[in-house]
Design a protein around this ligand. Structure first.
Ligand code: AMP
Length: 594
């Protein structure tokens, strides 16, 4: 991808900042505060203190003692004023002209976050850095292609005339993305018109047509989140015959109705009957094999699959491995958010289940709130900051003070005007690379399932579902997707887990799954409440095939983009519950605690 020299330069740069991570962090904080000296938000807490004249260390302790921890809600009034067109320096000295929408699928509603050229620059930087590490282990051919399932959504104007859209959309529209496309030696198969078409089914079809057309040159397959590749390959199972016809004739299916998308694709493809016949033959065999090994069969020169496969993407990993035929390496992509990039995967050979993200200390100023799981009758430490009842907290520590094995919530101070902003992600320090921590992503912090004294996070639910779905493996049935809801509409309240499955399975096995999920929640509060019947039997609802696709389409219809979509693992959203309940075809109640 990158030339060897620029790759090695990137790695050299990173090694240097990793070696001095503590110092680099203090300098990063100073830079942010110097850049934004005197903005309304900082003035409120720091007054007129002249940060230029302060030593880095003194500034770090002054800053953390005077500026409070903040949630998105604390900064929202400022961001709203910016969105409404106020131009005085509120959060940053440089005027903010663009706002990003975080995907909203993790917290249930979309949030505006400032986006500046710094955001695109760091995206390009982390892209180059990760690619430098990848090409050391999996070198790709110069002039090769990437089959990228990427999608941008529409940008729109806020009341004050600012450009708004998702961070990925802004990035795809930025100079930095164009620069990346020009500077790297490996290119996305699809042109801009396909990426930004605004209709994910049409874009996916074209991604495939171009990906097949260039199949011999495809060096790797990627998307932001693993879900996107799985969803795309799922569509491929329906599209392949039509795709073969188009390949053979150099035509484009009438399902592509967006004129500029049609033109851009037709300009790039020529009839290739030989290729079409070979793809058709392969697909006929693959269909018999339930599409096992589809990726290496159709893209024989692909070296790996690259995507975020951790956190809420982990449940799609099995399916992705199935499509990759268990042979092709799965490379887990980096860790970041709309608010800031955080860590890079510098060990591409590591299995996605064990991947760590090495913090890049120039991206933002990072703090870490030590977290301890609540244990009943066991006061682990004082609760500080009132961040919720899921964990007990200690005071935040700087990056240089984190400890291996400890879990933390990440706090960001960014170049884009977020100060001591609680991101809401829980990470665990797995080790260090030189002086900078390597993080395991654990989950979103927000408690997702709770009725009374029980506390289960996204990770707990994921593990329970993983255990509970094991009986499905024996009958070749696949869990396609899942979500949950803590139902308190009747007493006692109870957990509902919604499953979409593919394959035939009898009710006895599903009943067993339901019991196994219930038994797999080992949180003390849950177990005690279940035994006392202050939480009722867990309910497992099986939904019709395609229900989760409807949910995704519901989100996309409301402005989320396919590139950032994550299935909510727990929902109280009435529209979603309506879809789920409407398509529930079977219900099971646990007998675990009878
Ligand atoms: P958004 O800003 O809405 O696109 O989502 C950002 C969130 O996605 C982060 O705060 C994490 O919760 C999650 N996320 C991003 N990267 C990763 C990753 N590599 N592994 C697990 N979760 C991730």
């Amino acid at each position: 991808m990158e030339t060897t020299t620029s790759s090695e330069n990137m790695i050299g740069w990173f090694e240097e900042i990793a070696k001095n991570a503590g110092k680099v962090q203090r300098e990063t904080l100073k830079k942010i505060l110097e850049m934004n000296h005197g903005v309304e938000y900082l003035k409120k807490w720091l007054g007129d203190i002249d940060v230029d004249k302060m030593e880095d260390e003194a500034l770090q302790s002054l800053y953390t003692s005077m500026v409070p921890l903040a949630s998105h809600a604390d900064l929202e009034p400022y961001i709203q004023r910016i969105a409404d067109g106020e131009t005085c320096p509120l959060l940053t000295k440089q005027p903010i002209t663009t706002l990003s929408l975080s995907s909203g699928t993790t917290e249930g509603r979309q949030k505006y976050v400032p986006f500046t050229s710094h955001s695109s620059k760091t995206t390009l930087q982390i892209f180059k850095l990760a690619s430098a590490y990848r090409s050391r282990v999996y070198p790709t051919r110069e002039g090769g292609k990437i089959l990228e399932f990427i999608y941008s959504s529409k940008q729109f104007k806020t009341k004050g005339g600012l450009c708004a859209g998702t961070a990925t959309t802004h990035y795809f529209a930025s100079q930095e993305f164009k620069l990346k496309q020009q500077q790297t030696n490996t290119f996305t198969c699809s042109p801009e018109e396909v990426i930004s078409g605004g209709d994910y089914k049409q874009s996916t079809y074209c991604h495939f047509l171009l990906g097949l057309f260039h199949s011999r040159d495809v060096e790797f397959i990627t998307s932001t989140f693993a879900f996107c590749i799985v969803q795309a390959l799922n569509l491929f199972e329906d599209y392949w015959k039509e795709l073969c016809d188009d390949l053979s004739n150099g035509t484009l299916s009438p399902r592509i109705t967006i004129p500029c998308m049609r033109k851009s694709v037709l300009d790039l493809v020529n009839p290739d009957t030989e290729l079409a016949n070979s793809v058709r033959l392969k697909c006929e065999v693959l269909e018999e094999l339930e599409w096992y090994g589809l990726i290496p069969k159709l893209w024989p020169n692909a070296k790996y699959v690259y995507s975020i496969m951790t956190g809420s993407m982990q449940p799609y990993l099995e399916k992705l491995k199935h499509y990759a035929g268990d042979r092709l390496p799965m490379v887990s992509a980096d860790y970041g958010s709309t608010e800031s990039w955080i860590g890079v995967n510098i060990d591409p050979c590591c299995a996605p289940e064990n991947v760590t993200f090495t913090v890049v200390p120039t991206f933002s100023y990072f703090e870490f709130i030590p977290l301890h799981r609540h244990r009943h009758g066991d006061e682990v430490c004082d609760e500080v900051g009132g961040g919720g009842e899921d964990y007990l907290e200690d005071n935040p520590v700087p990056l240089s003070k984190v400890k291996i094995g400890q879990q933390y919530e990440i706090v960001l101070t960014t170049f884009t005007g977020l100060y001591r902003y609680r991101l809401g992600d829980v990470v665990e320090v797995a080790g260090f690379y030189k002086e900078t921590p390597k993080l395991n992503f654990i989950c979103r912090r927000k408690l997702i399932l709770t009725i009374n004294i029980d506390k289960n996070t996204e990770k707990d639910l994921q593990l329970a579902v993983q255990k509970g779905s094991q009986p499905l493996n024996n009958v070749r049935t696949e869990l396609v997707d899942f979500t949950s809801h803590a139902d308190i509409s009747n007493q006692p309240g109870h957990y509902i887990v919604y499953w979409e499955i593919k394959g035939k399975v009898n009710d006895e096995i599903l009943g067993q799954c339901c019991n196994d999920i219930d038994a797999a929640f080992v949180d003390h509060g849950y177990v005690v409440s279940r035994k006392a019947n202050s939480i009722g039997p867990l309910e497992l609802c099986i939904v019709e095939r395609g229900t989760f696709k409807k949910i995704m389409e519901h989100f996309i219809g409301n402005g989320a983009t396919m590139s950032q979509f994550k299935t909510p693992r727990c929902t109280t959203n009435q529209a979603l519950l309506k879809i789920l309940n409407l398509y529930t075809v079977k219900r099971f109640y646990s007998t675990t605690y009878e």
